[in-house]
Design a protein around this ligand. Structure first.
Ligand SMILES: [Fe+2]
Length: 251
């Protein structure tokens, strides 16, 4: 069973201006997102998953409307995961509710052509202090979904969320770049137990490819301003039976 899909990350409308004194607005991101959408429509994937940070200022409702309007120009289905700019670094329930109203569920899963796609809200795994138990609910959801996928003998189990698990070392210290060790260890055990094929993340505004045992850990550069060696871009993933290939396409 072969198919292709696209990962986008961090459209983050308004990020460029926030980092460049003297500039304002969202023109940088609107131009890049528009380019990303037309490249994606040429590729004609089965769907697009965007791993968070849809906008820089979560309180700017007009930017949410622009994001939704622009994504509606895709000729395929599209799915969102929330990022820290969407919910803050220490989300509160009202942040999650606002996101749900705008963009739909903050965690869910679906199957496509014998593969399973699990979308998570990593922000409540990063900091759950204002939303007690939301972290545990997230890990329980992940485990339940992985078990359902295993029982139904899916070919690939693929996870999508905003925060990377780690950069190079599974034991690396906590930082704003990665999930804290206390959550990471539970997560890594599940990846191993279920032989998850891949975890796709964003947040860094740069590419980083690593692995945890047999699981590919793929962090993709942003639609907005890149902080990495490569420019802004999208990732094309081609699934062919038991294998999948992926490549980053600069805008
Ligand atoms: Fe982020």
């Amino acid at each position: 069973m072969s198919f292709k899909f696209v990962q986008m990350s961090d459209p983050q409308l308004g990020f460029y201006a926030s980092r460049h004194p003297g500039t304002e607005g969202i023109a940088y991101e609107v131009a890049n997102l528009s380019k990303a959408i037309s490249i994606t429509n040429e590729i004609a994937p089965d769907f697009v998953i965007t791993t968070g940070d849809l906008m820089q200022d979560r309180l700017e409702s007009s930017h949410a409307d622009i994001v939704k309007d622009m994504y509606s120009q895709l000729n395929c289905d599209y799915y969102f995961a929330p990022g820290n700019a969407d919910l803050t670094n220490s989300p509160e329930f009202e942040d999650i509710e606002r996101y749900n109203k705008r963009f739909g569920k903050d965690y869910y899963s679906f199957n496509h052509k014998e593969s399973q796609f699990i979308i998570l809200n990593s922000c409540v795994l990063f900091d759950w202090s204002n939303v007690p138990n939301e972290d545990a609910k997230q890990i329980t959801f992940l485990e339940q979904q992985l078990e359902i996928g295993k029982q139904s003998k899916v070919v690939h189990q693929l996870i999508f969320m905003h925060h990377p698990l780690f950069g190079n070392d599974p034991k690396e210290e906590d930082s704003h770049m990665v999930l804290p060790k206390s959550q990471r260890s539970k997560f890594l055990k599940l990846l191993d137990d279920y032989k998850v094929s891949g975890v796709f993340t964003g947040h860094w505004h740069a590419n980083n490819i690593t692995n945890y045992n047999s699981t590919n850990l793929i962090t993709s550069g942003p639609i907005t301003f890149s902080l990495g060696e490569e420019g802004s871009g999208i990732r094309l993933i081609e699934v062919d039976g038991n294998n999948f290939n992926h490549k980053y396409i600069e805008l």
